[in-house]
Every structure is written in C-alpha cells, then in structure tokens.
Design a protein around this ligand. Structure first.
Ligand code: FAD
Length: 495
C-alpha cells in the first residue's frame, strides 16, 4: 500500500497561533527581547535560522570557541524555544540507537561506539552548562530513574545480553533490568499495568525545556556582545550573493546578510532547504493540575511504555506531564505541521491514560491544566542531519535538524560539532559521523523514502487496549446524552 506523505511541492508552514505549552507558559513575559534590526551595510559572520535547542546550542558554542568575536544572528519565526524545544515532554533520556549487533552491522564498530557514547556525553555537557550558568531550568536527575516498561513479547534475557554488549564496547549505558515487584518497591507506585514483564531502569533527567533553551540563549548573549537575537522573523529565502561573498536572508523583517548560514529549523527545514527531506510529525502532550496522588508528588521517577510511545513524569510540584500516543492518529499526524490544533483521538486517549493504566487513580479525577502539540522532524533514515552541506556544493551552509523526536539528548553537542565545522576546526569528542549530510543520504536511495509505516510501528497488545478503552467509552457517553435529550424532548412535549 502506498503510504501518504507530504507532496514534495507542499512546504511545511509555521503555524501563526500555536497552542501554549506548560513550559512556554512558565517563561517570563519579557523573555529574550528582539535585538534592534541591523543596518543594510551590516553583515554577520554566521546567521542561524531557528532558536530552539539546536540553534542556540550552536550559537553558544560558536561564541565560546571564537571567544565572543564572531558576529552571530539567531533568527526565529516565533520566539525562543517556540518549536519542538518548548513543547516536548520535558524528559532527558540518553540511550543507544538499537541492538548492538544491528548498529554495528549498519555503521561498523567504531561508529556504534560513538553512537553509544554521544548522548551520554551530550547530557553530561548540558548538566555542566546548567550547573555553571546558575539559571533556573528545573534540571533534576530523577532519583529513582526512568522505567521503560517491557512488553510481554520482549525477551528479558536478550535485552540483558544486549546491555552487556554495549558495556563491553565501552559504552556506559547505565541501564539494568528490574522486575515488576522491584518497580513497585523502588517507586512506591501502585504500578502501571503495562509493567507485567518488568522494566528497564535507566538514568533520566527532567527539565523545563523552554527554560533550558532560554538559559542557553541568555548565556550566549551575555558572553558574546556580538550575538543578536531576532524573534518573529520568518526566513523566507536564503540567496547566495556571489559578488559580495555573502548570503542574503530574505525575512519578514527585511534582508539580513551573513557569510555563513546554519539551518536549525527542525521540522520546517524543507521549506527553505528543499534538498533535505525532513517530514513534520505532530505529537501531543498534557499537563495536569497538581495531583494529590502521593506517587507522583515527589517527581523522582518517570515511566515510559509502549517502546517509548507513551511517556510521563511527576514534575515535583504534583503535576504530571504525559505525552505521546500518536500511533492512534498515524494518518493525521504524519506529515502534519499544525501545532495550533489538537488531534481529538489522541487528546481523548491521553486524558484517559492515567486512570486506565495506573492503580491509585481510579477514584481520582485527572484534571488537565494544559494541552498542546509540537512538531517533530523525521528523516528517511531516522538519523539527524548535522554538518556542512558541502556534499551538495554548499560548503558555507550547515544544517542541524531532523532529530526524529529524540533531540533533547543530542542537540547540545551536535551544536558544538556544527560550531567546530563552521570554524573549520577538527570535530571533537564522540560526534557520530553517521549524522553528516553526505551525498548518499541526501541524494541516495534513502531520499524520498520517509514512509509512514516506518514511524507507526506495529500495534502491540497494549496499544489495542488503549484503542478499545477510548473507543468503548465515547459511544457510551453519546448514548447517555442522546437518552437525556430524548427524555427532555418527550417531557417538554407533554407540557
Ligand atoms: C511532543 C514532543 C515530545 C518530544 N519528546 C522528546 C523526548 O522525550 N526526548 C527527546 O529527546 N526529544 C523529544 N522531542 C524532540 C525534541 O523536542 C526535539 O528533537 C528538539 O527540541 C529539536 O530542537 P531543534 O532546535 O532542532 O528544533 P525546534 O525546537 O523545533 O526549533 C526549530 C526552530 O526553527 C524555527 N524556524 C523554522 N523554520 C524557520 C524559518 N524559515 N524562519 C525562521 N525560523 C524558523 C522554528 O520557529 C523553531 O523555533 C519531542 C518533541 C515533541 C514535539
């Protein structure tokens, strides 16, 4: 069956009035004002399009590596963290990209080791940044960790063996298997009904992602007096100006000129860089009003179920943030760039999730305080594009985008790698070379194969339970409403 995808002529658009997330709501109103527009004679050394975690991580590292001498502009159609970075589930969970042998088969041992270490390095670097900057980001390591529920078809022995293989290869992935009883004991939580086959426990952090990006942005502007931020500034075109050896960025606020350009535009990249296919995929999240449920009050653990497709955490103030379940709306959310609207099916399922899956919620009304959507950017090979566009003859342009719904652990040091490449420095650390935008990736067979079925995955038993659950209740409510209406009608006619 042919999978539906965005027609190549249809460019993703940035919605005008996106729903406000819990994180963006918590930012100060006067957050990061726009810099005064530059004169037409002024040019920047680097223009970064996109003010999310990728864009500002790149700006921070560029500023630090150049000791504040580089003239940098960060331009965004919205404000700071207005894209996925201010709309995710607020969890930072470093991991590995798959089973060790399959990653080695695909990329070779050396790259597998880099991939196995990179996310942990990136999280450690972010932690160091957070400790040093002193700004409030709500960055907290979850004392009890994250618990990823195993499904009944998961083979515990195989998973344990795989963890050892990563460890033997020198990747300290810090994960181990726990039984259902141990999960109950460790969390004190009358546990999620998903956890019949136990879970993998790993290190995990929670953060207010919008505050994190704001802190990175504020540090950049503090440390580099030559760095500027332009909000509500949509970049419509990037045109090379060969005579002046510059790029002209045509924006809603006029033209900006720069020697080099970095596209940190995530799901919207294809709109100004059509050579790269990055598919927008909508994802939804809810936050509750502070719950009286004692298990969630301390906010020391997170749950992930359905192979990461449902994720929730207590935030330490009684609130619970729960997201995912986009598998219920695969056709609608794949290729969708609308974070100004909610998918009703996903919305209803998220609201029913806590009482339907967790003991201890049965008699408690789960009141939703805020509900929002965010747009993720998916690549055909499920690997982000990070690096120079030299492969397509555009050596002064760089990209950092397409983190496939898993950027919190990868954007920060990817930003450092892009900064190094912009400055012509050797790439440091364990940066995965498979992220580079090579000819094979951009123009090879993987191109134009971003398919829905790659992202929907199979429907497991647990997903079907949710489907049935959400489906079975809605007709019931409709029936009750209809009966009341019919009775009222009969009663009024009698009068
Ligand atoms: C609901 C949801 C849940 C998620 N859960 C997780 C998770 O559990 N773990 C995890 O690691 N990751 C998760 N992610 C993904 C993570 O949030 C992203 O990978 C990360 O934030 C990407 O950051 P970014 O800076 O690359 O992109 P974004 O934050 O999307 O920033 C891109 C910016 O570019 C701007 N822009 C685009 N085009 C233009 C243009 N032409 N002109 C001007 N500005 C432009 C946009 O306005 C936007 O601000 C989730 C994402 C969502 C939406």
């Amino acid at each position: 069956m042919q999978a539906p995808r965005l027609p190549t002529t249809q460019k993703p658009r940035i919605a005008k009035n996106p729903l406000e997330s819990h994180w963006l709501h918590s930012l100060p109103v006067d957050r990061l004002p726009s810099s005064p527009p530059p004169s037409s004679a002024f040019h920047f050394d680097v223009a970064i399009v996109g003010a999310g975690l990728s864009g500002f991580s790149t700006a921070l590292h560029l500023s630090r590596l150049s000791r504040g001498t580089l003239r940098i502009a960060v331009l965004d159609a919205r404000g700071v963290a207005g894209g996925a970075s201010g709309r995710n589930g607020g969890l930072v969970r470093p991991g590995v990209p798959g089973a060790f042998e399959s990653v080695v088969a695909l990329h070779g041992r050396e790259e597998a080791q880099r991939l196995g270490r990179f996310e942990f390095d990136s999280v450690a670097a972010m932690q160091q940044f957070v400790n040093e900057c002193g700004d409030d980001t709500e960055w907290t390591e979850l004392k009890k960790g994250g618990f990823k529920a195993l499904s009944t078809t998961d083979n515990r022995a195989e998973i344990e063996k795989d963890i050892h293989k990563w460890e033997e290869a020198g990747c300290n992935i810090q994960a181990h298997l726990v039984s259902r009883e141990q999960v109950v004991q460790l969390t004190g939580c009358k546990v999620n009904r998903n956890v019949t086959n136990g879970a993998v426990q790993f290190r995990e952090w929670r953060v207010n992602p919008a505050k994190l990006v704001l802190a990175i942005a504020s540090s950049t502007l503090r440390e580099n007096s030559n760095a500027y931020f332009y909000k509500e500034c949509l970049v419509e075109k990037v045109l090379p100006d060969a005579t002046r050896n510059l790029f002209s960025l045509e924006t809603s606020k006029g033209s900006f000129f720069a020697r080099k350009v970095v596209y940190a535009t995530n799901a919207w990249t294809s709109a100004i860089l059509p050579e790269l296919e990055i598919t927008p995929v909508r994802n939804q999240v809810i936050s509750t009003v502070p719950s009286s449920n004692p298990f969630w009050k301390d906010g020391t653990f997170a749950f992930i179920a359905n192979a990461g497709r449902e994720y929730m955490s207590g935030r330490g103030d009684g609130r619970i943030v729960l997201g995912g379940m986009r598998y219920l709306a695969k056709q609608e959310d794949f290729g969708c760039d609308r974070d100004d609207a909610l998918n009703k099916t996903v919305s209803a399922a998220l609201k029913l999730y806590l009482p339907s899956k967790f003991d201890g919620f049965e008699n408690e009304q789960v009141a939703v305080e805020r509900e929002w959507a965010g747009i993720m950017g998916f690549t055909a090979d499920k690997t982000p594009y990070v690096g120079s566009l030299e492969a397509i003859g555009r050596g002064k342009e760089f990209v950092i985008a397409g983190f496939c719904g898993h950027g919190m652990t990868r954007c920060f040091l990817s930003g450092r790698a892009v900064a190094e490449m912009v400055l012509g420095l050797p790439i440091s650390g364990n940066f995965p070379r498979s992220y580079l935008p090579t000819v094979a990736r951009i123009a090879g067979p993987a191109r134009n194969h971003c398919k829905l079925e790659d992202y929907g995955h199979t429907f497991g038993a647990e997903m079907q339970t949710i489907k049935r659950h959400t489906r079975s209740k809605l007709p019931l409510y409709a029936l009750v409403l209809l009966s009341v209406a019919a009775w009222l009608h009969w009663f009024l006619c009698k009068l």
